[in-house]
Design a protein around this ligand. Structure first.
Ligand code: C5P
Length: 236
């Protein structure tokens, strides 16, 4: 079995905080955690500067903006995020083949322009807040699991590197997409911790045992009295 330090390198800390709090947590985890996730709230408030700061502290940065627009716009957005030094970005698979291919091409062009390594791209399938009824409301009659699998397959076909998947989808998608695909999983709660608004969770160890490439964890670390201690205890 892989040792704990290897698993800790594949933990992404979700900084769903304001700038000062995010920087406080990042500094506490500097030299220990490898990855930070910047989502819409922090990015739209603070812009690219937060990403540069995190890169300067030595983190890999997952910029989770779930891009979805016409291919030209998504290509430009992916290029901009790549040039910023993003290591991982997300795109809505429902945007379709042309948009997804444009994202891949844009990311590559942005990275070449800025002379950095291109980010890996993850497809968003069906966000876990959506139910079968919500799918019906937007005209999708397919079974929710089937919709997730089809969108994941579409993302891989378009050249993305993987998908975001809930703990419940992990084993199935890992099986369907093969070992090379990145499967990144939020909804993680260490045994005995507060589930907050997450309903179906897995522990860090369970998610890796089920095939996660990376796991995303926010509040169990960021809201802890001692974020570094909480990070180091994830696999206890
Ligand atoms: O604080 P917590 O560990 O619940 O944070 C989880 C992170 O993963 C948040 O940034 C959230 O937006 C993201 N996420 C999630 N569930 C999904 C997709 C993304 O919790 N289905």
């Amino acid at each position: 079995m892989e040792d704990i330090s290897d698993r800790l390198k594949r933990v992404v800390v979700a900084l769903d905080l304001d700038y000062d709090e995010a920087m406080r947590v990042a500094r506490q985890l500097q030299g220990h955690a490898s990855w930070m996730k910047v989502g819409m709230t922090l990015f739209y408030a603070e812009g690219p500067a937060i990403v540069s700061k995190l890169k300067d502290l030595g983190f890999k940065v997952f910029i989770d903006l779930k891009l979805f627009d016409i291919p030209h716009q998504v290509s430009g957005a992916a290029a901009s995020l790549a040039a910023l030094g993003a290591d991982l970005i997300t795109v809505h698979a429902i945007g379709g083949q042309s948009m997804l291919k444009a994202a891949v091409a844009g990311a590559s062009e942005g990275a070449i322009y800025a002379n950095v390594t291109a980010p890996k791209l993850l497809g968003i399938t069906v966000v876990t807040s959506m139910s079968q009824d919500d799918l019906a409301d937007i005209g999708v009659s397919r079974d929710l699991d089937e919709q997730v699998s089809e969108l994941a397959a579409l993302a891989m076909k378009a050249g993305l590197n993987g998908v975001v998947a809930s703990p419940q989808e992990l084993v199935r998608l890992r099986g369907e997409l093969g070992n090379e695909a990145l499967v990144v999983t939020p909804g993680i709660r260490p045994a005995g911790s507060d589930s907050n608004d997450q309903t179906r969770t897995a522990t860090p160890a369970e998610a890796f045992d089920d095939g996660a490439s990376y796991i995303v964890i926010g509040r169990p670390i960021t809201a802890a009295a001692d974020p570094l201690a909480a990070f180091n205890a994830l696999f206890d």
